[in-house]
Design a protein around this ligand. Structure first.
Ligand SMILES: Nc1ncnc2c1ncn2[C@@H]1O[C@H](COP(=O)(O)OP(=O)(O)OP(=O)(O)O)[C@@H](O)[C@H]1O
Length: 879
């Protein structure tokens, strides 16, 4: 991985070409090339320094240890002779490391800090190791703090305890401090002070839990009450139940104020950070996916969890690479951390490897402590970020039909019945029995034909029967599936409207445990038809203009709004007609998803539709990655695992809301964008089901060039309102019948191999407005749900990869790669929520800027820049 920079960066061009090498000239030329800066940065310099520090550490250790045995004799000589004599003369000393050993040890012990001098050996040792390995194995800043404390505390304590001893246990420092404190607060006071300091250090380090025995204390809640999980769900300043605050959470900044707990604005405490377990370098990348949820992440809280706060950056540069705050309390499943080779991205094969991390024992203990669940863990509740959200109430909707029970005029029934019997008799078809079921729009007459009558004969007479009954919209179902009967549907003279309100109030809907329950309408037997969109899993709707499509879409959307919390569901609304779905603008911050940087969440422009569909494909791919890493097969399993806190948010895991894409006029899009729209739709329809992305596509023109084979094959659930021809009906349903519907929400639903006639639930525009207003007036997220960014290849293609044309995200990408020291495209995708292509392009640009090495196939690229300061320099030079 590591590269020798002097070798690679040496500019060849400086050598005079075609001139016979003259050793003198060459010597002169070469010298200025080794700049001091480069020398300081050079890896070899670091290694040499590392060896020097290690030897220093060993030297001091031997000298100090030898001093413990020889100090009496040597001390005399050190006192007796001047430094010059001691160092240059030929005085004999007993220290194993000679005069220098004796001199150094004497100064460290006697004139310095006594036995605490050994801390210097440790200090030199950790510096040496860090230099030699070329990365932070030991945390220097933390160790310096401990060493400084140790020097003062140990020297003072030793001086206090052994104040009469000849050996300089506390050294000059310990004696001086001891003398001063004893004079100032007395010996007892000094003893107490030392005890307090010692205990404070122990408490600070190990954070003992002092439980009061009698009081039953609630098991500690996960720290995640503060960091990403809740950072994503609780706005800064949002009150949290005071009882929920835990020592750990308290430590992370939760404050109690008048019985409620307030999350303070971002406070970044390095000690807190250190007490969190470190993450694998590769795992750090996984934070990347959080930005999608970051739509919810209150800015004031976010820095607590994510690298990048100003304060933290200072800390980072100071300590070279201080790690991110570790994970919160979650139950981690380690087996899934095996190296995985990601699928081919189309840009390059990207590797996802686990790199070894260097942990000291202390860190390991911290990590284990954090991973192990401490007592029962409360499930994560995604709705907590909008905990006061109120579901819309039924009184926002209207009852459109006063009569709850549909009563059909008995004379009309009798008349129709007789007419059916007479008509059939004319064709020599006798019947055994006839019964009628009165539905909202049509009445179903069920006929049991006499023995020996062939059903196909009745079917063939469909038109004649319709003519004799002189009623429009007659549909013959021969036989009714599952029954040995023949059905004749005759439109009612007086139709009743099926109010959405009635459907939503029904027990079936209220008690439904479906993922995405949609109240579509009423069957002919007045049974409510409530289906699970998640199981459908997509819906294709067609119908001539004015037959009830828009009302149908509203009914679907409103039913979902009545059942789902904003955290569980997001809509992507595509409305080329610009007016149909505009009402939903009010719920943008609750239920809508949009592309980053877009003003309007409701998409009306074809180009933006293409971008959005591709962004959804990226979201789908990202979700698949998450599912794979979580070892789950679908969104349901994944979310269960996430809510049980078995998935680490710092690895990019997040609660996945369902996403429902609604396209109100598909024909329009296909006409203007063709394959560009068809392909992502087909891809989503094929694959998105398992990751909770569902499509509702509506069109006025159900012709074969709009509803192509690819689309049709992936939409098993289809709805047809009245269409103008039998061909259209066949295109949408694979069967005729929709042309005979009577309009106004009369529809056929083909689902699970069954064809059901329904009267679509009716919801009027003012009702939708009421519901949208009701939701819109409540507190929402800061912004709409952000989809991943998608950049059209066409927008960037043709541009050369010169540094002048750098991607706007170039710097950010460079930071990500250098901080993580992992040159992987998937890291960029995840961390920055980018598509494959853009991340790949960024990687190429990083290569052009010599920040990463060349593509190495399935392995991650080498990162050529090791530190952020080095990167900053490169970036400055690029400007
Ligand atoms: N389920 C229903 N019950 C009763 N009436 C309905 C129903 N659906 C639609 N209608 C009536 O039909 C009219 C037209 O419906 P809608 O606006 O939904 O048609 P559309 O198919 O969307 O038309 P377009 O394609 O032109 O937008 C409505 O204004 C309403 O009066």
């Amino acid at each position: 991985m590591s590269k020798n920079k002097l070798k690679t960066e040496k500019p060849e061009s400086k050598k005079p070409k075609g001139v016979t090498p003259n050793p003198d000239v060459l010597k002169k030329d070469r010298e200025p090339e080794v700049k001091v800066k480069e020398l300081v940065k050079d890896e070899r310099t670091h290694k040499v320094l590392g060896v020097v520090f290690l030897l220093l550490s060993v030297y001091c250790f031997i000298a100090f240890t030898s001093y413990l045995f020889t100090w009496e004799d040597d001390q005399d000589k050190v006192f007796r002779y001047s430094t010059k004599e001691l160092l240059i003369g030929d005085v004999k000393v007993d220290n194993l490391l000679g005069r220098l050993g004796a001199f150094v040890s004497h100064n460290f012990f006697f004139n310095g800090v006594g036995i605490a001098a050994y801390l210097f050996c440790y200090f030199f040792f950790i510096i040496g190791i860090n230099f030699i390995v070329g990365r932070r194995v030991f945390r220097i800043w933390r160790n310096v703090k401990y060493i400084l404390f140790g020097l003062v505390f140990i020297s003072m304590t030793m001086a206090f305890l052994a104040y009469n001893a000849d050996f300089p246990w506390g050294g000059a420092l310990g004696n001086a401090l001891n003398k001063w404190t004893s004079g100032f607060i007395g010996k007892t006071g000094t003893a107490l002070l030392l005890l307090v300091a010692g205990f404070s250090w122990l408490i600070w380090k190990f954070n003992f839990n002092f439980k009061w025995p009698e009081k039953k204390i609630k098991p500690p809640k996960p720290i995640s009450a503060v960091a990403p999980v809740v950072a994503a769900q609780t706005a800064a300043g949002t009150p949290v139940a005071a009882k929920d605050i835990t020592p750990a959470a308290r430590k992370n900044g939760l404050k109690e104020d008048n019985g409620v707990v307030v999350i303070p604005p971002a406070m970044y405490n390095e000690e807190e950070e250190e007490d969190m377990p470190p993450m694998h370098l590769v795992e750090r990348d996984e934070i990347s996916v959080i930005p999608s949820h970051a739509a919810y992440m209150p800015p004031a809280v976010a820095p607590v969890n994510m690298a990048g706060s100003a304060e933290e950056e200072d800390e980072l540069s100071e300590e070279e690479e201080e790690e991110d705050p570790g994970p919160l309390l979650y139950i981690e499943e380690r087996p899934e951390e095996k190296p995985v080779n990601k699928k081919k991205t189309g840009v390059e094969e990207v590797a996802f490897e686990i790199k070894p991390t260097f942990k000291d024992e202390e860190e390991e203990i911290e990590e284990i402590a954090a991973i192990r669940p401490v007592g029962p863990v409360d499930p994560y509740d995604p709705s907590l970020d909008l905990r006061d959200y109120k579901f819309p109430t039924l009184d926002l909707l209207e009852n459109h039909s006063a009569d709850k029970v549909i009563v059909q005029d008995t004379t009309e029934l009798e008349k129709n019945k007789n007419q059916i019997i007479d008509t059939l008799k004319n064709y020599d078809i006798s019947i055994q029995k006839i019964s009628a079921t009165v539905g909202p729009t049509v009445t179903l007459y069920e006929i049991v034909p006499a023995a020996g009558v062939r059903i196909s004969r009745i079917k063939n007479l469909e038109d004649d029967i319709a003519l004799s009954l002189s009623a429009l919209g007659i549909r013959i179902i021969a036989p009714i599936p599952g029954k040995g009967t023949i059905g004749i549907e005759v439109p009612n003279v007086k139709k009743s409207i099926v109010s959405l309100k009635a459907l939503l109030a029904s027990e079936k809907f209220q008690n439904s445990t479906m993922d995405l329950p949609i109240a579509l309408g009423k069957k002919i037997d007045n049974e409510n038809f409530i289906a699970d969109l998640a199981k459908m899993p997509h819906l294709l709707m067609a119908g001539a203009t004015g037959q009830g499509k828009s009302v149908g879409i509203n009914a679907l959307l409103v039913s979902l709004l009545y059942k789902k919390h904003p955290s569980q569901l997001k809509f992507v609304l595509v409305d080329p007609k610009k007016v149909e779905l505009s009402l939903y603008k009010l719920i943008e911050k609750h239920f809508l998803a949009k592309l980053p940087g877009e003003d309007d969440a409701i998409i009306t422009d074809t180009k933006k539709v293409i971008h959005t569909l591709n962004a959804l494909c990226i979201e789908m791919d990202l979700r698949y990655d998450l599912l794979k890493e979580a070892g789950t097969r679908n969104i349901r399993e994944y979310n269960v695992k996430f809510t049980q806190r078995r998935l680490n948010p710092l690895k990019g895991h997040r609660y996945l809301p369902f996403i429902v894409l609604v396209v109100d006029e598909f024909a329009d899009l296909i006409m203007t964008a063709g394959k560009e729209v068809e392909m992502p739709i087909a891809r989503l329809a094929q694959l998105a089901r398992a990751v909770g992305i569902h499509l509702i596509i509506a069109t006025q023109r159900p012709s074969v060039n709009i509803i192509t084979g690819t689309i049709k094959a992936n939409f098993p659930a289809r709805v047809a309102f009245k269409v103008s021809s039998k061909i259209d009906s066949r295109t949408i349903l694979d069967i005729g019948g929709a042309e005979q519907l009577i309009g106004q929400g009369d529809m056929l639903v083909s689902f699970n191999g069954e064809l059901v006639r329904l009267q679509c639930a009716f919801v009027d525009t003012p009702e939708v407005e009421n519901v949208a207003e009701f939701i819109g007036n409540q507190k929402g997220y800061p912004d709409a749900f952000l989809l991943p960014e998608y950049v059209d290849d066409k927008d960037v293609d043709g541009k050369e990869l010169t540094l002048a044309d750098r991607d706007p995200l170039f710097e950010e990408a460079a930071q990500v790669i250098v901080t993580a020291q992992q040159g992987s495209t998937s890291l960029l995708q995840r961390r920055m929520k980018l598509g494959y292509n853009r991340a790949g392009r960024l990687m190429d640009q990083l290569e052009a800027a010599s920040i990463v090495g060349p593509n190495m196939g399935s392995k991650a690229r080498d990162v050529l820049v090791k530190t952020e300061s080095e990167l900053q320099e490169i970036l400055n030079n690029l400007l």
